[in-house]
Write a protein that binds this ligand. Structure first.
Ligand SMILES: Cc1cc2nc3c(=O)[nH]c(=O)nc-3n(C[C@H](O)[C@H](O)[C@H](O)COP(=O)(O)OP(=O)(O)OC[C@H]3O[C@@H](n4cnc5c(N)ncnc54)[C@H](O)[C@@H]3O)c2cc1C
Length: 469
């Protein structure tokens, strides 16, 4: 690896921050907010709480748990008929340096290493005080969640930092993921958990960190051993009458259980439509409940945790590289940027709207297939006519997503390349994942082929050849 994150991220062209200031200034989707705000005080009152939280994803539920455990009353309003958002659909790998779980597991992390690494990865796009705040409070947040919910976490051993070759990077990884959680703790509420993007194989209990080994189960002794462990966990849980949850399912269910213990109601099917302002202060949320508008008042704050805008075509077109669409995302379908737009109507600044947690996806009937592990083959095939090896295949998600956009736009309209996309979808399941620590070593020795550390979108793309938020 020869190119630093900072130089790659800022090289060539205006900074992303300046571009986004222009985008926000254009006032995208400023709709009926003003008229709605004028009428809001007359709406039927739906209660007054210390804090109103919008959205029941990981961010919203963690905020609500914090509020409630500080002794304030709180309600979570959720647009979907389920709770959990994209977080429930996710792998729930959580990157928080120096948390108690990784330190107990012997991960050689230190505050200095973490600070160096974060600064090298995010560069000037994230102000230094925010970086410091994340590093200082992240570990406490994880400990707090464990103290006030049934959630426990485990180190994702061998799930490398995205850029282990950068200063402070750890090839063995700093990520944690939820430990196995018995969903019966939620009782009937479990039925309201947003389903996972992909079910784990029947009878197995699988952690995110297991997947790379499961992909190797037929060719590698450790892979076979991990598969046997997954099966053993599944069998044990079945014998105990449990409903074992892992990954995003465990994360969302565990947070929801924490909220239940703290007495925080979660109102499903209750979308925020606008923020309510009095005397220049947000004092409530205008929501739709039981099909009718109403006002929930907040004495202290409204916290907006309503996710991204992956399913809002207009916002994606406005903020991200075109052509782009919403067909390939596997994020929660209710995430249409409602909270972002409500903030925008009040003049909130927006930043870093052009990028996302990208990953290759392939459209299949029903829902797209997010190629978390098998994407190396698809990338090779898509890039074949033009770029025999578009990037280092074991690179991080964003990097692969950016590079795939670039190669896919070249393949657009090329019958062979587009045909190969379909073939890739069928064959990628046979792909295997290399051990990421080996990638770190490769990178140090040889430099990353075709892969630069970039945080902005690269030149153009084809709708769908870019995938998830
Ligand atoms: C397949 C997949 C795998 C992933 N794996 C990982 C991973 O391993 N590690 C990682 O860090 N990230 C991962 N991600 C990304 C991660 O899931 C998201 O970044 C994260 O869930 C965002 O959390 P959130 O709480 O901000 O939003 P969400 O979890 O999306 O929650 C937002 C909630 O707000 C609700 N909402 C939306 N609009 C309104 C409204 N108007 N009123 C009320 N409620 C509203 C939504 O319905 C939703 O429940 C993955 C994503 C996917 C799709």
């Amino acid at each position: 690896m020869t190119t630093s994150a900072n130089s790659a991220g800022t090289a060539g062209g205006p900074s992303r921050r300046r571009l986004l200031a222009g985008a926000a200034g254009a006032g995208l989707a400023v709709t009926a907010g003003g008229r709605q705000r004028a009428r809001a005080a007359d709406l039927p009152p739906l209660g007054t709480y210390g804090v109103v939280v919008i959205g029941s994803g990981a961010a919203g539920m963690t905020a609500a748990l914090t509020v409630a455990r500080q002794g304030l009353s709180c309600v979570v309003v959720e647009k979907a008929p389920t709770f959990g958002g994209s977080a429930a659909r996710s792998g729930a790998g959580i990157w928080i340096p120096n948390n108690e779980v990784i330190l107990a597991a012997g991960v050689p992390d230190t505050p200095a290493k973490a600070a160096a690494y974060l600064a090298a990865v995010v560069g000037p796009d994230v102000p230094a005080d925010r970086q410091r705040a994340f590093l200082a409070h992240g570990p406490a947040m994880l400990s707090f969640v464990m103290a006030h919910s049934p959630l426990r976490f485990r180190w994702m051993e061998g799930y490398s930092d995205y850029y282990p070759e950068l200063p402070g990077g750890l090839p063995g990884g700093r990520s944690v993921e939820p430990d196995q959680l018995d969903g019966t703790v939620l009782g009937p509420e479990l039925e309201r958990l947003n389903p996972p993007y992909l079910d784990v194989p029947a009878g197995m209990v699988v952690f995110s960190a297991d997947y790379k080994w499961l992909a190797l189960a037929t060719v590698n002794a450790r892979g076979a051993a991990v598969a046997a462990q997954c099966l053993a966990r599944g069998t044990k849980a079945a014998l105990l009458g449990q409903k074992p949850l892992t990954m995003g399912q465990a994360l969302a269910a565990g947070l929801r259980a924490g909220l239940r213990s703290a007495g925080v109601p979660v109102w499903l099917n209750t979308p925020l439509t606008d923020l309510h302002v009095e005397n220049g202060t947000v004092t409530g949320a205008v929501v739709t409940r039981d099909g009718a508008p109403g006002l929930v008042r907040a004495r202290r704050a409204v916290i907006v945790g309503s996710g991204g805008f992956e399913h809002n075509a207009a916002m994606r077109e406005h903020f991200q590289r075109q052509p782009i669409g919403t067909d390939w995302t596997v994020g929660a379908k209710e995430n249409t940027g409602d909270g972002i737009r409500a903030g925008q109507r009040l003049g909130a600044a927006l930043d870093l709207m052009d990028d996302a947690w990208w990953g290759p996806a392939i459209p299949l009937p029903g829902q797209p297939w997010f190629c978390g592990l098998g994407d190396r083959l698809s990338v090779l095939l898509v890039g074949l006519p033009y770029r025999p090896r578009p990037y280092g295949e074991t690179g991080p998600f964003q990097q692969r997503g950016h590079a795939l956009r670039a190669s896919a736009v070249e393949a657009q309209g090329h019958p062979v390349a587009e045909g190969l996309l379909v073939a890739a979808g069928l064959l990628a399941a046979l792909e295997t994942e290399e051990q990421v620590p080996a990638r770190a070593q490769d990178a140090v020795e040889a430099g990353e082929e075709g892969g630069q550390v970039r945080r902005g979108c690269v030149d153009g793309g084809v709708p769908g050849h870019d995938a998830v938020q």
